[in-house]
Design a protein around this ligand. Structure first.
Ligand SMILES: C[S@@+](CC[C@H](N)C(=O)[O-])C[C@H]1O[C@@H](n2cnc3c(N)ncnc32)[C@H](O)[C@@H]1O
Length: 284
């Protein structure tokens, strides 16, 4: 991406030259997707994101390992949902910046015909969305620029209608998303609205931040996020279980993400360095 016109793309605004001029990246303000990208070792972030990431990691040592454990949970969850539950359709909200392996890569490896709709409300994720739009010839991926807190805009979107068949089971994945939404009643309303539109046999997969195992570190980390204008909320196990109301939570229940169907990588983590719960549940 070197031969682009700087006036049309972002370089003339102090933004990188791959950023379209009509997208306001708000590069001077930390953003959750870019802080996450920085902490995971990515390159799609700005000084404000790096400063926020460094500050948070300092106050919450182990944050980068916890985030990696969460990303690995996403991949194991997607594999299990595709192979053990036979799900071929995925609605992933709060997708984040492309990080290998992306969800569609995991599920299309298991079942090439899988269809995926990615949703995020971050302009920088939108800029990178084309990297998410690769697909096997048999399957399909789509990207939707929408907000989790407006579920109707997701359900009524052309991207969803042309990619997913809601009469068949769908896996709704909310991975490391709801900790950025302080209002629990709102989260519940959105989950209930989305799940109500899905066929029986559909799956809800969710991971989110908790301070249950390292309360002091997580409290400091939450304060650092909030100090940088990112509304982070850590929640206890009962609250996270509540997000699955009306659904059958599947084995092993709501557990720290490295304890969910662990593989060799997950076995390398200890409880006090993983600040995320994860689980999946089935709609009956
Ligand atoms: C920490 S990242 C998680 C990325 C990915 N799901 C993962 O676990 O690796 C959180 C993502 O949620 C997105 N996000 C936050 N609030 C959102 C909202 N209200 N609607 C849609 N996306 C949101 C952010 O832009 C960011 O990309």
């Amino acid at each position: 991406m070197t031969d682009r016109d700087d006036a049309k793309w972002g370089a003339s605004r102090g933004a990188p030259n791959w950023a379209p001029a009509n997208v306001d990246l708000k590069t001077d303000v930390p953003h959750s997707a870019r802080v996450y990208d920085y902490i995971l070792g990515g390159k799609d972030n700005f000084p404000a994101d790096r400063a926020a990431g460094d500050q948070t990691e300092k106050m919450m040592p182990g944050l980068s390992r916890s985030m990696r454990a969460n990303r690995n949970f996403m991949a194991r969850m997607a594999h299990v949902v595709a192979t053990e539950h036979g799900i071929r359709q995925f609605l992933d909200i709060g997708t984040g910046l492309p990080t290998t392996p992306n969800l569609h890569e995991v599920v299309q490896k298991a079942a090439p015909e899988s269809r995926i709709v990615y949703v995020d409300n971050d302009p920088i994720v939108l800029v990178h969305a084309r990297a998410l739009l690769t697909s096997t010839p048999e399957g399909r991926t789509a990207y939707l620029d929408a907000d989790f807190t407006d579920p109707e805009s997701i359900l009524k979107s052309e991207q969803l209608a042309s990619t997913l068949d809601l009469s068949q089971p769908v896996a709704l994945s909310l991975i490391a998303l709801v900790q950025f939404i302080p209002d629990e009643a709102l989260i519940q309303h959105v989950i209930d609205t989305l799940v109500a539109s899905l066929a029986p046999g559909s799956i809800l997969a969710l991971s989110t931040a908790t301070g249950d195992y390292a309360p002091e570190a997580v409290e400091r980390g939450v304060a650092a996020y909030r100090g940088n204008g990112i509304p982070m909320t850590a929640r206890d196990k009962a609250t996270v279980e509540g997000f699955f109301r009306g659904l059958e939570i599947l084995d092993p229940g709501v557990v720290l993400v490295h304890r969910w169907h662990p593989d060799a990588d997950a076995a390398g983590y200890s409880d006090n360095e993983v600040f995320m719960y994860g689980a999946i549940a089935r709609k009956l």
